[in-house]
Design a protein. Structure first.
Length: 88
């Protein structure tokens, strides 16, 4: 078995994780591991953003302006917020 450790959470959080795990047919351990494996870090987001800029530059022949990036970021944030609201 791989090296293991434990994490401390509130009783309410543990109970919620248990309910989520049950609903998804998994364990709390697998649920937490999946979260850690699939949610990007800020550094990983930065790498993805740079890759996206490079791809856009190769397609468009120029880098998007800071204003265009800010508008795109705002749109994506709004879409993400509406998706979170729809899931609730």
């Amino acid at each position: 078995m791989a090296d293991e450790t434990s994490i401390k959470v509130s009783v309410a959080t543990r109970d919620r994780l248990a309910a989520l795990a049950t609903e998804h047919g998994t364990t709390i351990r697998q649920l937490v591991e999946e979260l850690a494996e699939t949610r990007p870090t800020q550094a990983e987001y930065a790498v993805r953003a740079e890759q996206a800029r490079a791809e856009l530059a190769s397609i468009l022949g120029v880098l998007p302006s800071e204003e265009a990036e800010a508008k795109a970021r705002g749109l994506l944030e709004r879409l993400g917020a509406s998706q979170d609201t729809a899931a609730a």
